[in-house]
Design a protein around this ligand. Structure first.
Ligand code: NDP
Length: 251
């Protein structure tokens, strides 16, 4: 199906693995030119570059640790150069998580997760604004953990809740300029991280979380991408300030 996205210009943060990779590939298949970034070198970088080359289009995969404000500024400079000064879609996807009892949560860890999930998203949007125009769309990847609450992840859920507030306020502030802001709140999505778990842990995790969903299974990165593609284009032109759940009906 032609979603009318061909030739559009996108930035997706954290696109080399997991959910972000699914979004990058789906956008590229839809004819969107994509800049994406990662934090550390891995085999995922070269394999993504290979896949993007096979799909075709004008793409760029760059190293940029988003917890460093100067790297965010440089990244958006690279986006401006690559995309010719315009940006139709920003996806704040890069994220960090850890499982730590609240009483043992260090300030360093609190700040690391805030810097990655919240401050980086804020800086990316702020630096992207000069490139955004009427019709541009900003999507931030959130979590259903905000509604449910999850022990050992208080710092993580705090950042994802904050993204929702940021999103609603930016939707109002920039609605008059025709720029839309939405959150896509995920349930549990199968990624390389899950596949890297020992077999028994992986099976337990899949069983436990699948049982909480209406559809009886975990999600896939390409299923998150479906919602992002919809939010990227004209089909969703009256949707802003929203949190769209992509969670298989988890509760
Ligand atoms: P992964 O850990 O699989 O991938 C994260 C990606 O972000 C990688 O490409 C990673 O790069 C990049 N990244 C992380 N930190 C930085 C940084 N400081 N600077 C630049 N890039 C960075 O994550 P998921 O795919 O699981 O999650 C993606 C998003 O979806 C996150 O925001 C997460 O909170 C959210 N989410 C995921 C769920 C799930 O079940 N998977 C559930 C709910 C929400 P590198 O490879 O270099 O580390």
């Amino acid at each position: 199906m032609d979603l009318g996205l061909r030739g559009k210009k996108a930035l997706v943060t954290g696109g080399t693995r997991g959910v972000g990779r699914g979004i990058v590939l789906a956008l590229a298949h839809a004819g969107v030119d994509v800049v994406t970034c990662y934090r550390s070198e891995s085999e995922h970088v070269a394999s993504l570059e290979r896949e993007l080359k096979e799909i075709g289009g004008d793409h760029l995969v760059v190293q940029a640790d988003l917890t460093q404000p100067v790297r965010v500024a440089r990244l958006l400079e690279q986006v401006r150069e690559t995309h010719g000064g315009v940006l139709d879609l920003v996806v704040n996807n890069a994220g960090a998580i850890s499982h730590i009892p609240y009483e043992q949560l260090s300030l360093d860890e609190w700040q690391r997760v805030l810097a990655t999930n919240l401050t980086a998203a804020h800086l990316v949007v702020q630096h992207a604004l000069p490139l955004l125009r009427a019709g541009s769309s900003v999507v931030s990847i959130g979590s259903k953990a905000v509604d449910a609450g999850i022990p050992l992840r208080s710092h993580y859920t705090a950042t994802k809740a904050a993204l929702v507030g940021l999103n609603r306020s930016l939707a109002k502030e920039f609605g008059p300029r025709g720029i839309r802001f939405n959150v896509v709140a995920l349930g549990v999505v199968e990624t390389e991280n899950l596949h890297a778990l020992p077999e028994a842990d992986r099976r337990l995790m899949i069983e436990r979380y699948s049982a909480k969903t209406a559809l009886g299974r975990l999600g896939l990165p390409e299923e998150v991408a479906g919602a992002v593609l919809w939010l990227a284009g004209d089909l969703s032109r009256y949707v802003t300030g929203s949190t769209v759940s992509v969670d298989g009906g988890i509760s």
